[in-house]
Ligand binder design. Sequence first.
Ligand code: ATP
Ligand code: MG
Length: 309
Amino acid sequence: MAEPDTVVTKTSLEALPKIAEGKVRDLYEVDSKTLLFVASDRISAYDVIMDNGVPSKGKLLTLLSAHWFKLLPTLIPDLRTHFLTLSLPSSIRESEHAKLQNRSMQVRRLKIFPIEAIVRGYITGSAWKEYQRSGTVHKMPIVAGLKESEAFPQGAIYTPSTKAEAGQNDENISIAEAAKIVGPKYAQKIEDLAIKLYTSARDYAAERGIIIADSKFEFGLDEESDEVVLVDEVLTPDSSRFWPADKYQIGREQMSYDKQYLRDWLTSEGLKGKQGVKMPEEVVNKTAEKYREAFEKLTGQKWVDAVKI
Ligand code: ATP
Ligand code: MG
C-alpha cells in the first residue's frame, strides 16, 4: 500500500516520457493511444499554484474521478469515457509503484475539443455577479428576482468557455461561438452530454448530502469511431462547486467543500493572487479534510479503505 500522507508536488518517471504538465496533473505517454494521467497534490487558488501541496489530494481526485467514470455510463447509456484502468502500465518499475498507486489512471489519448463545457444549476460566482449587473447569465436573460445561490428555475444552463493556454484566462463564449470552434455537430453533442452529466450527478449527489452547484467537463474526439468522449477529471472538487446540503441557505454565498479555507486565508493575509505562497499546516489539514469528506459522501467509501485497493 502506498503511504497515504506523502505529499507529491512533482513527478517524474524513468520509463515513460512526460508530454505535459498541467496545474495539477502530469501526463505521460504509455503508447500512441494511451496516456498515464498522474494527479499530483498541487493545489491552485486564484490561478496560482501554492508552494506546498495537500496530502492525498491527487489520490482523492483520481479515485473520485474513477468512481464517476464507472458510475456515469450506467446512468447515461450513450456516454463514452477515456477511462481505461487504475492499474499501472507494465513498463513502470516496481520501485516507482508506491508514489503512483491510486493517483494515476491510464486513459485513451484523444484529440481534446478546445472548449470547457460548463453547466450551472445554481446561481453563484461570476454568474451571480453578471446577473446582479444586467439580469443575464452568460448574456442570456434569466427570470428576475433570483437570490444568490438559488437554483435556476430551468434546472441547468450550459455556459461554455474557451480552454485557454497555460497562464491565460478562459473566456466565456456563446453557444454559437462554441459551435464555430468545434463545429455544430460536435457542439450539440457536447452540450447534450454535459447537461445529462450534470443533472445525473446533481441528483446522485443530492441523495448523499452534497449540492453540485456547477461543474466543468472536457471532451475529446475518438477519430476512429467519430465519437465524443468524456475526458480529463470529472466531478471533483477541483472541477465543480460542491456545497454541503445541510448548510445550504439561499440569499448568501455558500461554504464550499474545496478551497474555501485556502481562499479565505489568502484573502485575510492579503496573499490573493501572489506567487510563492506556502500554506500553513492548519490550512493544509482543513483542506485535506474537506476533500476527504466530499469523497466519502459521494462514493460511500471510507477513505482508508479506498486507498488500500
Ligand atoms: P489545462 O487544461 O489548461 O492544461 P489544467 O491545469 O486544468 O490546465 P490539468 O488538469 O493539470 O490541466 O491536466 C490535464 C490536461 O490533460 C488538460 O490539459 C486536459 O485537457 C488534458 N487531457 C485530459 N484528458 C485527456 C485525454 N484523454 N487525452 C489527451 N489529453 C487529455
Ligand atoms: Mg484540469
